[in-house]
Design a protein around this ligand. Structure first.
Ligand code: ADP
Ligand code: MG
Length: 683
C-alpha cells in the first residue's frame, strides 16, 4: 500500500464505505491519514453521582438496582434500567439496542459512560457505553481520536481504517534526514501514528510539531520553486498604457484609498517589468480589493491580453460578474462567466469565446482551470480569497497561457513578520486602511442568558428590512454530525423568533425566513440558498463556518456568533466582515458559551477593535504555543494541521531549512512533492 492507493484497497472498506469517505474528501490511503482527528476523547475516573455536572460527559460506577425493562415507543425500542452508587440514583436509557439487555444483570457492578442530564431532579444517562471495571481502568488517560464524519460513517469505521493503513503503508518522507536531525523532528510515520492514536499528550505535541513542519516546509519549497521558475520567464504581456483603466477608475463613485493607489502603482510596475507578476495583495475584509482587481484586469485588456478572476464560490463569482459587467460594458469591455452550474451548452459557448478571444475578462470558479478551457491570449489571472491555490492549479494555469501574471488576493491579515516569512518569495502589497466612509461595526460580547434579547434584536432588524447571519455553535458530542446540529438550531431559532411579538404590534408583519447552509449540502443546494440570501429572499442565514460565507450582501447588518470562544480572533474578524458592507450601521453579537479570563481578554479585543492587523498581532500575543486543538483558525491560511500562530517556531525552522537547500536539492524535492499527491496543496 502506498500514499495513492485507493481506499477501497483498505481492509474492511467496500464500495459503500468508500463513497462515504469520498464525501469527506478522502479517496486514497494518504488522504485518509491526512484526515486528522478534530480532537480527542479522554476516559476519566468514574465520579460519584452527586458530583456530576448535568449536560456533561461523565463516567459513573453503578450497581444495577432494577431489572432492565424493554418497551416500544413509536419507531423506538427502548431499554431502561436504574443504577445507584452510595450518593444517588441514575436512570439509564438506550434506543434500539435490545441486545444490551443481557449485560444488565440485577445487582451487577458496572461503569457507564455518557452524557448525563437532570430532569425533574433526577439524573438520567442516555445511550451510555457500558464497561466492566477491569476493562475500563486500563483505558484511563488514553486518548481516543474524534473525526469529523458524514452520514453513514461512524468513529469506529474511521479508526479501524486508519489503523489498517498505518500498519501497511510506507509513509513517504520528503524532509531530508539531516534536516530532521537538526530540528529534532520525529519520524513521519511515527507522527502519523501519534496523531491518530496518541499514547500521551506529549507525544502528540511532538507529532503536531513534525506535521506542521512538513506543511510549512512543502509550502515554502513550492514558493521557492515558483519564484525561480518565474524569474527565468520573460514577460509576454507587457503593460504599455493604462488610459482605459484610468477612465474606469474615474467612473467609480469614490476616490481610491491611499492603499488602493499604492497597490495599483505596484501592480502596474510589475505588469510592465521583465518577468511575470507574482504578487500577493493582502487587505482586510472590506478594504476594496475588488476595485484593484478590476483596474488591473482592464489595464491588461487594453494592452491586448485577456484576464480571469477566480472566486472561491459560485455565488461570489456570480456577484462579481454582475457588478463588473455592469461597470465595464459601457467601456466596450466584454465580460463572461464560467461556473459549474451553467448548462453544458452555456459552458461550451463561453469556452469558445475564451478561445477565440471574443471575451476579454472571464469570471468564474475553479472551473476556469479545467482541461477543456483554453484562452486566446491569457495575460493575467487574479485569484480572490482562495485558500488553496496549489502547485497543481499553478501548473494548470501555466498551461492556459504564456507567462501569465498572477495576483492573489487574501483577506487574512496576518502579522507582517509571519507574512514575510510565508510569502517572502512573492511580492507583497498590504491594504491597511478601510475606505473612509465606512461606519464601524458595533460589537458586543454576551453570555447565553442574553439570547432572548438577541433574538428580539434580530427580529427588529429583519422587520426593518435588513438581513442577518447566525453562526451556529459547534458540536461537542463526538457522534453527532455537525449538519444535524445546524438544522436543529435553525428550528429552535425559528420557534424563538415566532414567539416574539412584532415591534409595532401589527400582526400583518411576516415572520422572518430562516434558512441554513452546512458543508453536507450539495453544491447546487448551497448555491441556491446563498443566492436566495443575497437576493433578499432569506432573512436569516444560519451556517457553520465550514461553509464559505464569502458573499457580499450589503443589506446584512447583524451577525451573531455562537460559542465565539471556540474561534481564533482572525476567524471571528473574518466572520464579522460579512456585515458592515453597506451604508447601514451593522452589529456583531459574540455569544460566549464558556467563561474564562483568557477568552474574555481575547474576545474583548474584538469588541475594542475593528482592525484586522491589530487583531492578528493580539492573537499572536494572547495565544501561546500551548493550546493545540479547539480553536478554529481562519480559513484563508488553511493548513491541515499547522497553525501559523501556534506553530510559529516550526515556521521559522522550515523557512531556514528551505533557504539552506541547494538549487538541485530544491528541484529534486519539488519533483518528489508533486509525485506524492495530496501533500502539494499550497499556493
Ligand atoms: P474586499 O477587500 O473585502 O474584497 P470589496 O472589494 O468587496 O472589499 O469592497 C467592499 C465595498 O467597498 C464595496 O462595496 C466597494 O464598492 C467599496 N469600496 C471599494 N473601494 C472604495 C473606496 N476607495 N471608497 C469607498 N468605497 C469603496
Ligand atoms: Mg472581496
Amino acid at each position: 500500500m502506498d500514499w495513492n492507493t485507493p481506499v477501497t484497497k483498505i481492509k474492511g472498506v467496500g464500495e459503500v464505505t468508500a463513497k462515504r469517505f469520498k464525501n469527506l474528501g478522502v479517496e486514497t490511503a494518504g488522504e485518509l491519514l491526512r484526515h486528522f482527528p478534530k480532537g480527542y476523547e479522554e476516559y476519566q475516573m468514574p465520579i460519584p453521582c452527586n458530583r456530576v455536572r448535568p449536560d456533561s460527559l461523565v463516567s459513573v460506577e453503578l450497581t444495577l438496582v432494577k431489572s432492565p425493562k424493554m418497551f416500544k415507543k413509536g419507531r423506538f425500542e427502548i431499554l431502561s434500567a436504574e443504577g445507584k452508587d452510595h450518593t444517588g440514583y441514575v436512570e439509564l436509557v438506550w434506543f434500539n439496542q435490545p441486545y444490551l439487555k443481557q449485560k444488565l444483570v440485577l445487582g451487577k457492578h458496572l461503569i457507564f459512560r455518557g452524557k448525563i442530564t437532570k430532569e425533574y431532579g433526577k439524573l438520567k444517562m442516555t445511550q451510555p457505553e457500558i464497561y466492566e471495571k477491569e476493562k475500563y481502568l486500563p483505558m484511563l488517560r488514553c486518548l481516543r481520536p474524534i473525526y469529523s464524519l458524514t452520514a453513514g460513517l461512524n468513529q469506529k469505521t474511521v479508526q479501524k481504517s486508519v489503523e489498517a493503513v498505518l500498519t501497511s503503508i510506507d509513509v513517504p518522507d520528503l524532509v531530508p534526514q539531516g534536516i530532521r536531525r537538526e530540528y529534532k523532528l520525529m519520524k513521519l510515520s511515527e507522527a502519523y501514528r501519534a496523531i491518530h492514536f496518541p499514547e500521551d499528550s506529549d507525544i502528540t505535541k511532538e507529532a503536531i510539531r513534525r506535521l506542521a513542519f512538513d506543511e510549512f516546509f512543502t509550502f515554502l519549497l513550492t514558493m521557492r520553486g515558483l519564484k525561480s521558475a518565474m524569474a527565468v520567464v520573460p514577460n509576454c504581456h507587457v503593460l504599455k498604457k493604462h488610459e482605459l483603466s484610468d477612465r474606469v477608475r474615474a467612473s467609480f463613485p469614490f476616490e481610491l484609498t491611499e492603499g488602493q493607489q499604492t497597490a495599483m502603482k505596484d501592480i502596474f510596475h510589475d505588469l510592465s517589468g521583465c518577468t511575470p507578476m507574482n504578487r500577493l495583495l493582502q487587505g482586510d475584509v472590506g478594504s476594496g480589493k475588488t476595485a484593484v482587481a478590476i483596474l488591473s484586469l482592464v489595464a491588461m485588456v487594453e494592452n491586448g491580453s485577456q484576464g480571469v478572476l477566480m472566486a472561491p464560490t459560485e455565488v461570489l463569482a456570480q456577484q462579481h460578474f454582475q457588478s463588473i459587467s455592469e461597470l465595464l460594458i459601457p467601456f466596450g469591455i466584454r465580460v463572461g462567466l464560467l461556473v459549474g452550474s451553467m448548462t453544458a451548452s452555456q459552458k461550451r459557448e463561453m469556452r469558445k469565446m475564451a478561445e477565440t478571444g471574443d471575451v476579454d475578462i472571464v469570471i468564474g470558479t475553479h472551473a476556469l482551470f479545467q482541461d477543456e478551457v483554453h484562452f486566446h491570449k491569457l495575460g493575467l489571472a487574479i485569484v480572490d480569497e482562495q485558500h488553496r491555490f496549489g502547485v497543481k492549479q499553478r501548473e494548470q494555469l501555466a498551461s492556459k497561457g504564456e507567462s501569465v501574471h498572477v495576483l492573489i488576493m487574501s483577506a487574512t491579515p496576518i502579522p507582517r513578520t509571519l507574512a514575510v516569512m510565508l510569502y517572502g518569495d512573492m511580492d507583497l502589497t498590504i491594504l491597511s486602511e478601510l475606505p473612509k466612509n465606512r461606519i464601524p461595526i458595533k460589537s458586543c460580547l454576551v453570555d447565553p442568558s442574553y439570547h432572548p434579547t438577541a433574538y428580539r434584536f434580530l427580529k427588529k432588524h429583519i422587520q426593518a428590512g435588513e438581513q442577518a447571519y447566525v453562526i451556529c455553535p459547534m458540536v461537542e458530542d463526538s457522534e453527532t454530525v455537525e449538519a444535524e446540529n445546524v438544522v436543529e438550531y435553525t428550528e429552535k431559532l425559528r420557534a424563538a423568533l415566532a414567539g416574539i411579538p412584532s415591534e409595532n404590534g401589527s400582526d400583518s408583519e411576516r415572520e422572518p425566513v430562516v434558512e441554513y447552509v452546512h458543508g453536507k449540502l450539495s453544491a447546487a443546494e448551497k448555491n441556491a440558498r446563498m443566492t436566495a440570501f443575497s437576493e433578499g429572499k432569506i432573512d436569516i442565514l444560519v451556517s457553520t463556518t465550514v461553509v464559505e460565507v464569502g458573499i457580499n450582501v450589503p443589506n446584512a447588518t447583524v451577525i451573531m456568533i455562537e460559542n465565539a470562544e471556540r474561534f481564533g480572533l482572525s476567524s471571528l474578524h473574518q466572520l464579522r466582515g460579512r456585515v458592515g458592507r453597506g451604508s447601514l450601521q451593522s452589529y456583531c453579537i459574540l455569544v460566549q458559551g464558556k467563561e474564562s479570563e483568557e477568552t474574555k481578554e481575547r474576545l474583548g479585543a474584538l469588541v475594542k477593535s475593528n482592525d484586522g492587523f491589530f487583531l492578528a498581532e493580539e492573537d499572536l500575543r494572547l495565544r501561546g504555543p500551548g493550546d493545540f486543538f479547539g480553536i478554529r483558525q481562519s480559513g484563508d491560511m488553511d493548513f491541515a494541521i499547522a497553525d501559523i500562530v501556534r506553530d510559529k517556531e516550526m515556521l521559522v525552522n522550515a523557512k531556514q531549512a528551505v533557504e539552506h537547500l541547494s538549487e538541485e536539492e530544491c528541484e529534486r524535492l519539488t519533483q518528489e512533492l508533486v509525485a506524492i499527491q495530496g501533500v502539494s496543496m499550497v499556493y
